[in-house]
Ligand binder design. Structure first.
Ligand code: COA
Length: 366
């Protein structure tokens, strides 16, 4: 995982808009969030999270078959953020694409990665959830700006014969709710213009109460459905890692599912809603805190703009972190450096090629 250094507290926000630490804490559970610095973007955060995942798994980036980045705040409309990650890692064998499913992006991407492996086509898939919502938030709108933060999380999925892994999945969408959480401008419907900028149409607009209603219902429903699909019962689930949107959403769902709140991983006090990054960041922290043990069943659950939702039930199989020899990390660093030179070399050759062709055709004409 990766989160920016810069911390924005509720008190800091209270100096920008009419709000208070007390209001934000009681209505959302959020105390602070991380905000990307000037040099940081979705791709830089995704690359940092991906490198951390490769280090933990002691994997070689050149073995990756596929990179899927769940994000709605890519660096560019194109090229995809996944291609920027592919280039920085030197993952030369990998296909790469972005997946847009709002805050469900990571769980959607994880399910796609799992299916790519299940098809027998791929063996090692890098799945990343990243968002830089601070760049698309209206900092004058207290209804939304208090909720979001920036960050990235990544996992590596590897083909294996074991009984563990993804046991059941669930994808859902309800486009009729698209207008409830939307960035109206910047796409083909409303391209950027002076008017769209003046009307703040490039920022997030949200109907908070309707989204809240949808979220509480879907966390309950999707959890029950995915557990049933796996042939298990709720008591068999050791941990639920839901999208971190609002503490009250998780509390309400826990109550309806009749599960203790301790069964949920909750870290939104620290980071706010980091959109597609929230589930993998919470997963990384659960691992760090020793909350996951091999053999446990866990549910990852995303919901968000679209409207979309996704759930994956996994049997955890990753043993406690093994110590990776220092030389392996050095080797990976060398590969990243080599990837940068290789990328620049290819850009230079492409440039040279164009120049030579131009020179040749001009001489030919003359
Ligand atoms: N500080 C102080 N007051 C605020 C405020 C803020 N940051 N944001 C809104 N208010 C005000 C509203 O203007 C409203 O005032 P009014 O009654 O004078 O009109 C009042 O607080 C209550 O607003 P309401 O919308 O009823 O609050 P709420 O209890 O529903 O909480 C949200 C608002 C946004 C926290 C809540 O609806 C929510 O979390 N929704 C889901 C959002 C979400 O998770 N989105 C991402 C999904 S992926």
């Amino acid at each position: 995982m990766y989160v920016p250094q810069q911390v924005l507290t509720n008190d800091d926000l209270a100096q920008r808009v009419e709000t208070s630490d007390e209001w934000i804490r009681t209505r959302t559970g959020i105390a602070r969030r991380r905000i990307a610095g000037p040099g940081e973007t979705s791709s830089t955060m995704a690359i940092a999270a991906a490198r951390a995942a490769l280090q933990v798994a002691d994997a070689d980036p050149r073995e990756i078959d596929l990179i899927i980045v769940g994000t709605t705040t890519p660096d560019y409309l194109f090229p995809s953020t996944a291609c920027l990650v592919q280039n920085a890692l030197g993952a030369n064998r990998a296909g790469a694409f972005d997946l847009s499913a709002g805050c469900s992006g990571f769980v959607y991407a994880l399910i796609m990665g799992h299916q790519a492996i299940a098809s027998g086509e791929h063996r090692l898939v890098l799945v990343i959830g990243v968002d830089t919502l601070s760049r698309v938030v209206d900092w004058q709108d207290r209804n939304t700006c208090v909720l979001f933060g920036d960050g990235a999380g990544a996992v590596l999925l590897r083909a294996s014969e074991g009984p563990a892994g993804v046991l059941a999945t669930l994808l859902g969408a309800d486009g009729s709710g698209g207008g409830l959480l939307i960035i109206p401008a910047g796409g083909s419907a409303l391209p950027a213009s002076e008017e769209t900028v003046a009307k703040r149409l490039h920022a997030i607009q949200m109907n908070g109460q309707e989204v809240f209603r949808f979220a509480t219902h879907i966390v309950e429903q999707a959890t029950e459905q995915v557990v049933k699909k796996a042939g298990l019962k709720l008591e068999d689930i050791a941990l639920i890692i839901p999208h971190q949107a609002n503490l009250r959403i998780i509390q309400t769902a826990a109550k309806r599912l009749k599960l203790p709140l301790e069964r949920f991983v909750i870290n939104l006090e620290e980071y706010g809603n980091t959109s597609a990054a929230s589930v993998p960041i919470a997963l990384c922290e659960a691992i760090r805190d020793g909350r996951l043990a091999p053999g446990q069943n866990i549910v990852l659950l995303g919901f968000g703009a679209g409207l979309t939702w996704a759930a994956a039930l996994l049997k955890w199989s990753v043993p406690a972190k093994a110590v990776v020899p220092g030389y392996r990390n050095l080797w990976r660093r060398w590969l990243y450096l080599w990837a940068r030179w290789r990328s620049r070399g290819r850009q230079f050759l492409r440039h040279l090629n164009v120049r030579l062709i131009r020179l040749f055709t001009r001489n030919h004409r003359d």
